[in-house]
Structures are given as C-alpha cells and as structure tokens.
Ligand binder design. Structure first.
Ligand SMILES: Cc1ncc(COP(=O)(O)O)c(C=O)c1O
Length: 407
C-alpha cells in the first residue's frame, strides 16, 4: 500500500453509540429480544408504522405530481410555510396564526432531517463566528459533539443535570452560561431531552433565554420531538422564550419523529435574526453552506408534511395520531415505574417528571452488558431507555431484568 493511500494511517472508526447498539440487536438470534435502544417510536407490537395521515397524503401526492425537478436551495416553499406555522403557532390561536415576531424575523431552510438542520446550524456558527466554541450539556444526543467536531469547532462539554440524572441542575447550567464567551453558541433541546427526558419548565426557559440573550450567546435549539412531551404547542415553550428575548436563534426541527418520516429525511432550520434584514443575511450564508453540502433537499417528505398541514381534515387526523403516540409513551412510563417497584428494583418515580421517549435508568456498563447477555435487553449508555419500545407484555419482563442486575 502506498504511503499516500487514504487507508495508510488509519484504524477503524468507533461504531456510532446508538446505531452500533441497534446493529448488535439485529445480529442477536434470540427470539425474545428487546430493542429499547433505537430512538424511534414503536407501537404496542414493536412496529414503527406509517401514519394513516401520511399514507393518505402520499396517495394524493402520487396522483398529482408531474415532475422530479430540483427544488430551490432553501427547499420547498410549501413545506417551509407549514413547518414555520407548526413551530411558531400562537397559544390558543387558529392554524396559520403565528407569533408576530416570527413573521418578521424568521427565515426557513428545508433540510435532510433534523441532523441536516443541526449540521447547518453548526456550519453557520463556523462561517459567521470564526473562533466561537459550541457548548453542549452532557449527556446529550451523541451526534451533537460529533457534528461540532466534524465542523472543526471545539465542543465545550458542561454539566446541566444532577449526578443521579434525575433532574435539572440549574446552577451548573447557569455557571456554563456565565463561562461561555459572547459569540459562542450553546445547544439546547427544545423539548423531550434525549437522552435524559429532563426539560426545563416554561418559567425556567424564560430565565435561561434571558441569561443567554444577556450574555450574547447564540442558542441552537434542537427541536426533534415536538408533540411527544405535553402537546404540539406546549412543547414549543422553549422556542417562545427565546423568541421573546429578541436574540438571534437557530432552531433545528425534525419531521422524522412526529410524522414518523424517519427515512424520508425531512426537517428545517428556522433562522431567527435580530430583525428581518439580519435573518435574510444569515439565510443567504445558509444557502451557500447548503449548496456545498446537499445542494437542495429531498422533496418527498416535505410534500407529505405540507399536504397534511395544508388540509384541515388531514391536519386534525395527524394531530390525533401525534396525541396517540404521546399518550402511549406516557402510559408506558407510568407502567414501567409501577412494574419496577413491584419487581423490587426500587423507586423510579422520578421518571414521571420526565418528557418524551427517553430517560436514564442510571445503569453501569456492566449492568447494561448483563441486561444484553442474560436478558437480550438492549439499552444505550447509562441505561437510556426508549419508553416507546415497551409494551404491556414487555414491561414486567424488563422490570424484573433491571431488578436482577441492580440486586
Ligand atoms: C436530539 C436529536 N436531535 C436531532 C435528531 C435528528 O433526527 P433526524 O432523524 O430527523 O435527523 C435526533 C434523532 O434521533 C435527536 O434525538
């Protein structure tokens, strides 16, 4: 092999912390195995179905579409309008009514999934604020630090939860905000924190947003699970808190989870500028960045979302479907807490204070290996469990297994 070969100086890269475990799960030949690792919604049967509203939208799109032409660099205007309304809907307002600041100060870019939106946000920080660092509260979605580092930016990890991973540690979070320099960026999860399930209250969001604005830090709000916490509008309390400060914000949102469009790769970056001109200027740089990354986004997922949200009947149907997913997740949480107590694993009632699909059970690597080897139960590091991977029959089995590795 020549000294100049790409492979000359390398060993294998590590497997992805989440996709790697899902691969191990797939390779497991045992018939009764439990995938509580993947970050996807599953129904009681362990299936991730196509939502009926999505099927209906797809059949309408198939019969009406006439071309596969490129879209603009910023994506499909119909999707962008729909995604903007979903994000910035006023509390108690009708569909189509958005926060007035959002109509003036927001530019939208259609991205391949939430990952594309986070990647674009990070790329904008590197282009527009050279030398800035990006702060991430650990633990976080492991891809955050990977994305920051692949953009050649320094990721500054900081504490933000209590040692037992059960609740917010506000003083650690405010210390990090005080330590960041003006112009640095900080990533927050808009709702349903992955992996901890710990979300600030609306009042805490207001305090966080005010501190961030005061310190001149650029918030990147990663909003991958809108609707999985308390409701589509309730979950956007974080976003409204930042919008109200007048500071610039980058909001990465995903249609992967709430529309179950995982493999269609659809999401958006909302660029909130100090004013309309600032947003337009930032968006012009975003389009430059997009042109060098994916050029323009895939169309199908965005067409599904805009078809659903643009039709009052389909939209109501979809809101019901999101509500049903949310209710199932909340039900699984409550049933798991009860089953863990019955199995003698201890008091896990703190899980009831968390939101979305995930929480940490606080298990060690050894305990996780035992769960996998002895019980064919797959969780992510620190015992991140996906509540949507549970079912009425699985819950007592999982609870007993957790009790046995904790004993
Ligand atoms: C916190 C967080 N951000 C972003 C994403 C990206 O989602 P997408 O599949 O839309 O790229 C995920 C997906 O797991 C996530 O958990």
């Amino acid at each position: 092999m020549s000294e100049g070969a790409l492979s000359a100086r390398i060993s294998d890269a590590p497997s992805d912390p989440i996709f790697g475990i899902v691969e191990l799960f797939r390779a497991d030949q045992r018939p009764d195995k439990f995938n509580l690792a993947a970050g996807v919604y599953m129904d009681e049967q362990g299936i991730t179905p196509i939502l009926p509203s999505v099927r209906e939208a797809e059949s309408r799109i198939l019969s009406a579409s006439t071309t596969k032409l490129y879209m603009p660099i910023s994506g499909d205007p119909a999707y962008l309008a729909a995604a903007k309304t979903l994000l910035f809907r006023t509390v108690g307002g009708a569909w189509g009514e958005i926060e007035s600041a959002a109509s003036e100060r927001v530019q939208m870019i259609h991205t391949p999934g939430g990952t594309g939106a986070v990647r674009l946000a990070v790329d904008l920080v590197s282009r527009l604020r050279p030398g800035a660092e990006i702060w991430v509260g650990e633990p976080t979605w492991p891809n955050h630090t990977q994305i920051i580092e692949s953009a050649r930016i320094t990721a500054r990890r900081h504490d933000w939860i209590t040692d037992d991973a059960r609740s917010l540690n506000t003083s650690a979070l405010f210390d990090a905000i005080a330590a960041a320099k003006g112009g640095d960026a900080m990533i927050f999860h808009g709702a349903c924190h992955n992996p901890t399930g710990i979300d600030p209250t609306p009042e805490q969001w207001i305090e966080i947003a005010q501190q961030i604005a005061h310190r001149g830090i650029v918030p990147i709000l990663d909003f991958a699970y809108q609707g999985f916490g308390e409701g589509l509008i309730e979950d956007a309390a974080s976003l409204r808190a930042f919008l109200a400060t007048g500071c610039e914000v980058l909001v990465a949102s995903s249609s992967s989870k709430n529309f179950a469009l995982y493999n269609e790769r659809v999401g958006s970056l909302a660029i909130i500028g100090a004013d309309g001109a600032a947003a337009a200027a930032i968006a012009s740089h975003a389009r430059m960045a997009v042109r060098t990354m994916w050029s323009n986004p895939p169309a199908h997922g965005g067409a599904i979302v805009s078809t659903i949200l643009g039709d009052a009947t389909l939209r109501a149907q979809w809101e019901g479907e999101v509500g049903a997913m949310r209710t199932r997740i909340q039900g699984s949480r409550a049933a798991l807490v009860a089953a863990l107590a019955t199995a003698g694993a201890g008091d896990f009632s703190y899980l009831l204070n968390h939101y979305g699909m995930f929480s940490l059970l606080g298990l060690t690597d050894d305990q996780l290996t035992r769960l996998r080897d002895e019980h064919a139960i797959y969780l992510v590091s620190r015992g991140r469990i996906n509540m949507a991977g549970l079912s009425t029959t699985k819950i007592p089995i999982v609870a007993k297994a957790v009790a046995s590795v904790l004993a």
